[in-house]
Design a protein around this ligand. Structure first.
Ligand SMILES: *Cc1c(COP(=O)(O)O)cnc(C)c1O
Length: 397
């Protein structure tokens, strides 16, 4: 008997096959064209196959691919300097290959800090319901989503989960055991919810008061997606001690990083952490080239302008379909349509996909959009038309 598909069944992709991408568009092997408003889940910040990044990668491929961290990788030093120059509070960087790895290190770093300061009892990490931090053991335990924990043995100790926005619960949860508070400044998978600026400031003040480290997960909302290089830069006095990034920072090449204050990395001495692939020369070529583009003030202004315009048109769509769209959420080009109970986010995703627009979904019945940051008015208009068409298709049954 013939064997079936040899891939794990964790994903269930549609029958279409994308063969090529250019800018905000993807083309199937049958030549059909799709407008991509999910961009590999907020990864392809500069669109598909951007030439400058591809050229930087190809140049590096002709030189050296991999050294391990037993040897200096000059591209790491260059990129770490770029990140730290952009962030007044930042002093140290460690490169990883993915978001979940960066979260693992961010949490290790926080615990190790308190250990090094003579407070090993401070290991508890406070996180929030609806959060998403990746799929490795510590990451699923940090986020606490029961769906992602089921069947994987006992929950790891040292994590507390609070309702997003419950200030009293947060105050009550803080104790002499608290090592860190972990939060996404703009929650992605949980429902595309942006934390109000006063909350980031409040968290900062609370952490300072109790000697707690503040960890931001900017894996999805970083990399200029909100119109600042990193989302927390919208908020004066709302900076973290430790930040995990990935997704957009590699523009499609696997890359993650942990960026910290000098103090937070102080006890990460030789032997405390390591990686074979992290920060390899090819990833650094990609990361440096991506950063040079996305940190350009004109580029950031473009993201702000196009996201404001697109958001406004989504507000208009909400007024056109008040029974179907309850709220427009998110920040910059990480946007969500919170849908009414009468309509299912997956159903709308399929309806617009049939009309050749790719979008995502998020928790809380939200349709999630994270287009490449290079979209212009034409792509924004086209997406809006397709969304309108999809909503009508469902309305008319
Ligand atoms: C995607 C994501 C992660 C995990 O990143 P991977 O690269 O898939 O491991 C962690 N946190 C947030 C906020 C994410 O969106």
């Amino acid at each position: 008997m013939a064997k079936g598909n040899h891939l794990f069944d964790c994903y269930n992709p549609p029958a279409i096959t994308f063969e090529r991408g250019e800018g905000a568009y993807l083309y199937t092997d049958e030549g059909e064209k799709y407008l991509d408003f999910i961009a590999g889940i907020a990864v392809n910040a500069l669109g598909h196959a951007p030439k400058e990044i591809g050229d930087a990668i190809k140049d590096q491929l002709d030189k050296v691919w991999h050294l391990s961290n037993l040897f200096r990788v000059p591209g790491q030093e260059t990129l770490a300097k770029k990140y730290c120059d952009a962030l007044p509070w930042a002093e140290k960087v460690f490169f990883q290959n993915s978001g979940t790895e960066s979260l693992e290190l961010a949490m290790k770093c926080a615990r190790r800090y308190h250990f090094g300061e003579g407070n090993p009892e401070r290991y508890e990490i406070i996180a929030f319901k609806g959060a998403f931090h990746g799929r490795t053991f510590a990451a699923v335990n940090a986020a606490g989503n029961p769906k992602y924990l089921e069947g994987f043995g006992p929950a790891l100790p040292g994590f507390t989960h609070l309702e997003f926005g419950d200030h009293d619960a947060l105050k009550a949860a803080i104790s002499g055991k608290t090592a860190a508070i972990l939060i996404e400044p703009v929650q992605g998978e949980g429902g595309v919810r942006a934390l109000p600026p006063e909350c980031l400031r409040g968290l900062r003040a609370m952490c300072d008061e109790h000697g707690i480290l503040l960890i931001y997960d900017e894996v999805q909302c970083g990399a200029s997606r909100t119109g600042q290089i990193f989302a927390h830069q919208w908020v004066d006095g709302g900076h973290p001690d430790i930040m995990a990034v990935a997704k957009g920072v590699g523009g499609g090449f696997p890359l993650g990083a942990v960026i910290t204050s000098a103090a937070a990395a102080k006890h990460m001495v030789p032997g405390t952490h390591g990686t074979t692939y992290g920060g390899n020369p090819v990833a650094m070529a990609a990361g440096n080239a991506v950063f040079d583009k996305i940190s350009d003030p004109e580029f950031l202004q473009h993201v702000r302008d196009i996201s404001n315009a697109f958001r406004q048109s989504l507000e208009g769509l909400k007024d056109e379909f008040p029974d179907m769209i309850e709220e427009v959420r998110g920040k910059g080009l990480l946007l969500g349509l919170k849908l009414a109970e009468t309509i299912n986010n997956r159903e709308l995703r399929m309806a617009v996909q049939a009309r050749k627009l790719l979008v995502g979904t998020a928790g809380d019945n939200v349709l999630r959009m994270a287009p490449p940051l290079i979209i212009g008015e034409r792509e924004a208009r086209e997406a809006l038309e397709i969304l309108r068409g999809g909503l009508r298709d469902i309305q008319e049954g």
